[in-house]
Design a binder for this molecule. Structure first.
Ligand SMILES: Nc1ncnc2c1ncn2[C@@H]1O[C@H](COP(=O)(O)OP(=O)(O)O)[C@@H](O)[C@H]1O
Ligand SMILES: [Mg+2]
Length: 507
């Protein structure tokens, strides 16, 4: 079946989330919708799936206009959706979840448990999905949970499948499996709308790609288009995606962790047996699927965790037992995962945020006197250096976009005299242009002789920046590999598959 959208417009207050969108997915086509965060992708798909009502516009299936007022209407018209955040109930089985369903289809008495089990087995066989209908959702890896949502859509006989950012939560292997499954589904005659902001995936699987920027379709291209071309359409200006970097020239050891354990209050290990060094002039990336102890490890280094055993040394000085303030002053720049919560004080001005840790020191203060003019001048310099797009340095930090907030945190942290830079998910949620800036800046930090420890769940980022890669799985570093390692190898470690200790590149 084909799906066509004509003139879809949706406003939230004064914000035009979808602006006269025209878009067509042919039968048997994988059509990717590419766009930055906030471009309007989910809004558009929620309209198609009946979760939002458009202000204007038409939806046509096989050339016939249809009215979709609820997900039930969408399913009846052959449209299924796998959401960005799964809607499965963890303590129920696969079959129970499929019967229950988030659209309350069971009210119509469509499926009983026995039929659901049979159907799951049938669909699983057809597509080699290997899903046990009686497994509890909470026992299944995320990749399999996602298959359950896809199976659900297939059981309801969806001919058009919408996948909203389906790879965001997957390991590289799970992503590859999903992309392969999408091709199988296409070859079985279904149409797929694949929403993402990842260029690599689009090129790997899409038949055509439509790019949305600020609520408008700005172009439709073939997968043979270059990543630069697609990125430029996404952000509306030329983008250079390659991170220019020479080989690192590691100097003396700056950070050294020996047999470090990070424990919770009950003594359970959140990160264990960590042995890792980072040298001056080197980027070490800690890769891993989210939730494998990376955040806890990063927090331990800057004194945010209380129950630690082992040792964390910065240029030979023990950090364990010191406060956050003392750790940072010892020479660490820290860019936390959640800049909204930990990195900035939203109600403070950009200037105040830029000097948050150092406002009590020269040159901003002399004795008890705070010198606002000096602070303002320094803020203007930083805003220029870090390309922070703001109306005024006096505006509150809350007025900035995500990318610009991140630049404020970076500007403040990197402007202090530090030896070690610890950055966590530094480009999460950023637009392609800001990603370009942050990456290049981290490399220049390395080249200026600082030690950089990067925590990232994005493999592209890890490979673009790292000199060495440490992979965390279930709280442990299960391998340290040189940046010349293959994506596949790192992906296997991320899934916990190869646990033989790789010594290559370990310092
Ligand atoms: N229910 C809502 N109310 C107000 N604004 C919304 C709502 N949903 C989305 N938006 C806004 O609409 C824009 C597009 O959002 P969305 O469709 O989620 O983007 P994408 O999925 O491309 O990241 C964003 O600026 C977002 O903040
Ligand atoms: Mg979205």
């Amino acid at each position: 079946m084909s799906l066509e959208l004509r003139g879809i417009t949706k406003q939230f207050g004064s914000l035009v989330a979808n602006d006269d969108i025209n878009f067509k997915v042919e039968a048997g086509e994988i059509h990717a919708i590419l766009g930055e965060n906030g471009a309007g992708k989910s809004t558009l798909m929620n309209i198609v799936y009946g979760l939002l009502a458009p202000d204007k516009g038409q939806i046509l299936v096989d050339g016939q206009e249809i009215k979709i007022k609820s997900p039930l209407d969408a399913l009846a018209a052959g449209i299924g959706m796998v959401h960005q955040h799964f809607m499965l109930i963890p303590v129920f089985t696969v079959a129970e979840n499929i019967v229950l369903g988030h659209e309350k289809t069971n009210r119509a008495g469509l499926l009983d448990l026995a039929t659901a089990r049979e159907e799951i087995i049938r669909v699983s066989k057809e597509f080699n999905f290997e899903v046990d209908p009686d497994a509890l959702i909470e026992d299944l890896p995320v990749g399999i949970q996602q298959r359950v949502e896809i199976i659900r859509a297939l059981i309801y006989n969806s001919k058009i499948l919408i996948l909203d950012e389906p790879t965001a939560v997957l390991t590289p292997q799970e992503t590859d499996e999903l992309l392969a499954n999408m091709k199988k589904l296409r070859d079985s005659g279904r149409s797929i709308v694949f929403i993402t902001h990842k260029l690599r995936e689009v090129k790997a699987v899409a038949d055509r790609i439509s790019i949305i920027r600020r609520g408008k379709v700005v172009g439709t291209v073939q997968p043979s288009a270059s990543q630069e071309e697609m990125a430029s359409l996404m952000v509306g200006r030329p983008v250079d995606l390659t991170v220019n970097k020479a080989d690192g020239k590691p100097g003396k050891t700056i950070l050294e962790m020996v047999d470090l354990n990070v424990l919770d209050t009950t003594g359970r290990a959140l990160a264990s047996k960590i042995n890792l060094t980072v040298s001056a002039g080197e980027v070490v990336a800690v890769a891993g699927v989210q939730g494998n102890g990376q955040s806890e490890l990063a927090e331990a280094i800057v004194g945010l965790r209380e129950h630690l055993t082992g040792s964390i040394k910065l240029s030979g000085n023990e950090l364990i037992g010191r406060s956050v303030d003392e750790c940072l002053k010892a020479g660490i720049a820290y860019v936390p995962e959640s800049r909204e919560l930990d990195g900035l004080i939203s109600s403070f001005s950009i200037t105040e945020n830029l000097i948050l840790d150092t406002h009590g020191e020269a040159p901003y203060s002399k004795g008890i006197f705070y010198k606002p003019a000096m602070a303002h001048q320094v803020a203007l310099e930083r805003i220029k250096e870090f390309d922070i797009r703001a109306q005024s340095a006096n505006d509150p930090a809350s007025s900035l976009s995500g990318g610009n907030k991140q630049k404020v945190v970076l500007a403040r942290e990197l402007s202090r005299p530090v030896e070690l830079v610890v950055v966590c998910q530094p480009t999460r949620g950023l637009d392609v242009g800001s990603i370009e800036f942050v990456h290049q800046r981290l490399i220049s930090e390395r080249d200026s002789g600082r030690a950089v420890l990067l925590f990232s769940t994005e493999l592209d980022e890890v490979f673009a920046l790292a000199d060495r890669i440490a992979i965390m799985y279930r709280g442990e570093i299960i391998a340290i590999v040189p940046a010349t390692a293959s994506r596949e190898e790192v992906g296997l470690y991320m899934a916990g598959i190869r646990t033989a200790t790789a010594k290559g590149g370990a310092a």
